[in-house]
Design a protein around this ligand. Sequence first.
Ligand code: CO
Length: 308
Amino acid sequence: MITYKQLVFCLLVFVSTIGPAYVHGDDSLEWVQKDNRRFLHVVYRVGDLNRTIKFYTECFGMQLLRKRENPQKKYSKATLGFGPEETYFVVKLIQKHGVNKIDIGTGFGHLGIATQNIYEMVELIRSKGGVITTEPGTLEGGGTTIFAFVQDPDGYSFELVQSGPTPDPLSQMMLRVIDLDRATNFYEKALGMKLLHKFDNPQEKYTVSIMGYGELFQSTYLELQYNYGVTEYTKGNGYIQVAISTDDVYKSAEAVKLVTKELGGNLILPPGPIPGIKTKVTSFVDPDGWKAVLVDNEDFLKGLQKKE
Ligand code: CO
């Protein structure tokens, strides 16, 4: 039997050690919801950099923002988007020299482009030898939005969506997940995204959570898609990561760590400056194994000035 005094002592020890950890943890989770975040870029590998640059600029109307060769490390890199990286969501393409074939895997979904003339864009893509996987049309059984699916030269899928003028045409990215509630929860709690819309498509057997940092169609959003009954996807070697901005990588990492304990996933790079570059980052994988990196806002902008 323990005495009353011993019990009080145990309680005091508990409150003074575990208690603050909880309060502190809650702090970082609350802070995440108020952090200054947006989608910065998505990084993936391509088999022929010049071929992809040509396709994205000619067919999608993207601008080549930067291109860099690294003969020592045997890779080439290019950044493309619909406007400057300071405000736009952009793609960063990497070609490893000697690797011409990319295995995209089954898990990566697509990127999405909003266009004011979907029919024109589809015809242009067809004329340049691009593959149209879904001709422009509306969703069967409802919906007024006209969309199409096309493939880039490596087979990456792009959803084209007919739309009015948007701040950034590179408007969406889709990843497949095996537990939608878990993934939705993770991106809300650990990343501070809002669930903007959720819909079920029983005909096509999938459910989608649309997550983002701003109003739907006014800023880039992430689609998390659950396909009925699918419990496994392959990652391939194409998709690398998505980058999201933050005002504090240390607090961000704290929040990610807390949420991974509950929902899965893993912090893979502790917060701090990248050696030689000095930009503070932290990176992690989500419960489905998708990698993301959080980048310090100020360092990111400073880094861009250096690259000019
Ligand atoms: Co989509």
